[in-house]
Design a protein around this ligand. Structure first.
Ligand code: SAH
Ligand code: MG
Length: 214
């Protein structure tokens, strides 16, 4: 787009934070969030799946610029593929007292170090339960939570109705070819959004898809 970017300091912080957002997709997420903030009526932004706050730095920066809030939903216990024995497990994020994953301290540290605590509000809990009582329109929705079939479907059903016309829906880990990765974000979120006739595709960067609500 404009070629504008987040500050070098925040970018370096994002890139040094544990997580799963490649640099080019983080930039694309930021571009999309900045453009949504410029073109859509005032409404907050929401991220499902923050982990240690890597993607949250890009989105929080966009929110702060626009004087908006970013809600960051995560139970911080990790997705299936983050658990012990799975591909994306990291023993550093296991709480030795409970033996369970706990990425909340990492997330808090990241928001502190990024000076984004005023712009970002963490919602710590299960996404479908948070969605079940949510009523606020959203200018930007980023879905990167549980990648199993049911979590992905529930995130689609629970959160996408809140995206305002002209607002953006960003979906991570969309793999149309099963050889590239797991299917649920594609089958349970991306395809239903397109087939609903309510979203148009705006951009594709790696596994990141940006759709606009019609
Ligand atoms: N966006 C992050 C990566 C997210 S990983 C980055 O840029 O690195 C997926 C996250 O979704 C994990 O932190 C996990 O705890 C969270 N998650 C999975 N299922 C969830 C659910 N049902 N409710 C809330 N959070 C969930
Ligand atoms: Mg992801």
């Amino acid at each position: 787009m404009t070629g504008a970017r987040m500050s070098t300091a925040r970018r370096e912080l994002a890139l040094s934070t544990k997580g799963f957002m490649p640099a080019d997709e983080g930039e694309a997420l930021w571009d999309a969030a900045v453009s949504a903030a410029a073109s859509v009526a005032r409404a907050p932004m929401l991220e499902v799946g923050s982990y240690c706050g890597r993607s949250t730095v890009w989105l929080g920066d966009a929110a702060e610029r626009a004087g908006r809030l970013l809600f960051a939903v995560d139970h911080h216990r990790g997705s299936e593929e983050n658990q012990a024995g799975w591909e994306h497990h990291d023993t550093d994020v296991v709480d030795p007292l409970t033996g369970k994953m706990d990425t909340l301290p990492f997330f808090r540290r990241t928001m502190h170090d990024a000076t984004l605590e005023a712009a970002v509000i963490a919602l710590v809990g299960r996404s479908p339960q948070a969605a079940s009582v949510w009523t606020t329109p959203l200018s930007f929705l980023f879905i990167d939570g549980g990648h199993g079939e049911e979590p992905a479907r529930l995130d689609y059903e629970g959160w996408t109705p809140h995206v305002v016309p002209g607002g953006l829906l960003a979906i991570h880990d969309v793999f149309p070819d099963p050889a590239d990765g797991g299917r649920p974000p594609y089958e349970q979120i991306y395809v239903p959004a397109i087939e609903s006739g309510q979203f148009d595709e705006v951009s594709v960067t790696g596994s990141l898809r940006i759709l606009r609500r019609i």
